[in-house]
Design a protein around this ligand. Structure first.
Ligand SMILES: [Zn+2]
Length: 161
């Protein structure tokens, strides 16, 4: 799993980034990645990919798209993971709502994410409706720590020179 710099630039709230990461972890845990690879590339291509005989692995992984059922499952898991970590699902919902609106337009944010994870207002609303008023949530990172993380990933300024 990797987080692209574009996501760090465009996601304002680290809690929403946590939601996206939780969603991706769910895809991996539930083997959606393997299933999507088999569906889209066929079993032979998958075997040659893991045998290292094809070179465009990263490209193929980026062009994967998940089924609606897998998206729903990954969202459920992400909401549960955020809940266990006492992180509000609200910021992820707000981000998904923003992305759902941008869909179809020229997406400014993480084009790959939108391609592989078609978003809808219904999906966004699920996260927003999962916010429990009686729960005390914590932030995954302070604003200061989030800025440090962004600087670390900045090629002009950080460690990835
Ligand atoms: Zn997804």
């Amino acid at each position: 799993m990797a987080v692209f710099k574009g996501a760090l630039d465009d996601v304002d709230d680290p809690d929403a980034l946590a939601g996206i990461v939780a969603h991706e972890i769910a895809h991996v845990r539930r083997r959606h990645v393997t299933e999507a690879l088999i569906r889209q590339l066929g079993i032979e291509a998958l075997i040659s990919m893991f045998a290292g005989t094809t070179v465009s692995n990263a490209e193929q992984l980026l062009s994967l798209s998940y089924s609606r059922a897998h998206e729903t499952e990954a969202d459920s898991d992400a909401i549960a993971m955020l809940g266990r970590a006492s992180i509000s699902p609200g910021p992820t919902g707000n981000l998904f709502l923003k992305l759902a609106k941008e869909q179809g337009e020229e997406p400014g944010l993480t084009g790959e994410f939108l391609d592989s994870h078609p978003l809808s207002r219904t999906r966004a609303k699920r996260f927003i409706d999962s916010v429990r008023k009686e729960t005390t949530y914590r932030h995954v990172l302070s604003e200061e720590d989030f800025n440090v993380l962004r600087r670390m990933c900045d090629p002009k300024d950080g460690i990835s020179k």
